[in-house]
Write a protein that binds this ligand. Structure first.
Ligand SMILES: Nc1nc2c(ncn2[C@@H]2O[C@H](COP(=O)(O)OP(=O)(O)OP(=O)(O)O)[C@@H](O)[C@H]2O)c(=O)[nH]1
Ligand SMILES: [Mg+2]
Length: 304
């Protein structure tokens, strides 16, 4: 007998840096989303799909909820709203090692009005003692009527089994929305863009990361007529532009003697090889575009 198929769309929401993208990557078992110690790493919604027996779970990673200062931030928050709208279940990811502050209270108010059940995912379990964890559960419990509270470590993949069991239980009966081979809607190009930006975020500090965008300029496969002579055999040649907001930021990215950009290029190239499973040569350029974060046509160009 064939079991009835079930399927659910789940939105991962929360404040910046709580570990939503790490959780998405761990749940899907593939690196889809950029992860960094910088808040506001994720800028758009990223879909990751997992099929478990008769159940299809489609996770939507979203940008961390924050104050909208630029047009870019408004677009990021729009992605959160759309995911909240689309989802059957909401997973509110919080940093268990963090402080329950006004941002969390504000988000709790918003989630209270949601039509979907809300899970509280207490992430970064590996950083807290059992006592702290129990205190956190007690504090969050009063904020809203959670369907479930599940502590996990997204980074170490701890305590995911109970989460899977609950999600499978809560997935409504229904046909799968995605093919059984599909695990994301991201293209190789959009993932490449994310991973290059991730490397920049991991190396830079303060205002630089927030003002960085990446655009792929050239993408040529071996065998194509215009494939460069020094491109790797049987591989891909990728040329990307890192856009920054100020010439001072350009200098920071270059580093002394071009050391910083060399570092970024090398680690991004390694990541792209892993992603594409073939040799890659990556060339990077830096361009200054003042105020791009507030220009709608620029945001469109960056698919934000
Ligand atoms: N120790 C520990 N660190 C974690 C865990 N999950 C995530 N992190 C770290 O927390 C930081 C933020 O992780 P992200 O996954 O980028 O967080 P996010 O919620 O997607 O952040 P935004 O995209 O900015 O909203 C990174 O440095 C992660 O390595 C965890 O379970 N344990
Ligand atoms: Mg993220």
């Amino acid at each position: 007998m064939v079991e009835t198929r079930r399927s659910a769309t789940l939105a991962l929401v929360g404040l910046p840096n709580s570990g939503k993208s790490t959780l998405l990557n761990t749940l899907v078992g593939e690196k889809l989303a950029a992860v960094s110690q910088m808040p506001q790493t994720t800028r758009a919604r990223i879909l990751g799909i997992v099929n478990r027996g008769p159940v299809q779970l489609a996770f939507l990673d979203t940008p961390g909820v924050h104050l909208a200062r630029h047009a870019l931030n408004q677009r990021m928050l729009h992605h959160v709203d759309m995911a909240l709208d689309e989802a059957d279940l909401l997973l509110w990811v919080v940093d268990a090692a963090g402080f329950l502050g006004p941002g969390e209270r504000e988000l709790a108010k918003r989630l209270k009005g949601a039509r979907q059940p809300v899970y509280l995912i207490l992430n970064k379990l590996d950083l807290v003692s059992r006592g702290t964890l129990l205190e956190k559960i007690a504090a969050y419990k009063d904020l809203l009527a959670f369907r479930e509270i599940v502590p996990v470590s997204a980074k170490l993949g701890q305590n995911l089994e109970p989460l899977w069991t609950l999600l499978e239980r809560d997935a409504p009966a229904g046909e799968w929305a995605h093919g059984d081979e599909t695990f994301t809607d991201q293209t190789e190009r959009s993932m490449a863009t994310e991973f290059i930006r991730e490397k920049v975020l991991r190396k830079t500090r303060e205002e630089v990361p927030h003002g960085v965008a990446v655009e792929i300029r050239t993408w040529i496969e071996a065998g194509a007529e215009d494939y460069p002579e020094d491109g790797p055999e049987g591989g891909t040649f990728i040329e990307a532009e890192i856009v920054v907001e100020r010439s001072g930021h350009r200098k920071i990215l270059l580093g002394s003697g071009g050391e910083m950009i060399r570092d970024i290029r090398q680690s991004a190239q390694r990541e792209l090889k892993k992603l594409l499973q073939r040799p890659v040569r990556l060339a990077l350029h830096i361009k200054v575009e003042e105020g791009w974060r507030d220009r709608p046509e620029q945001l469109d160009k960056f698919h934000l």
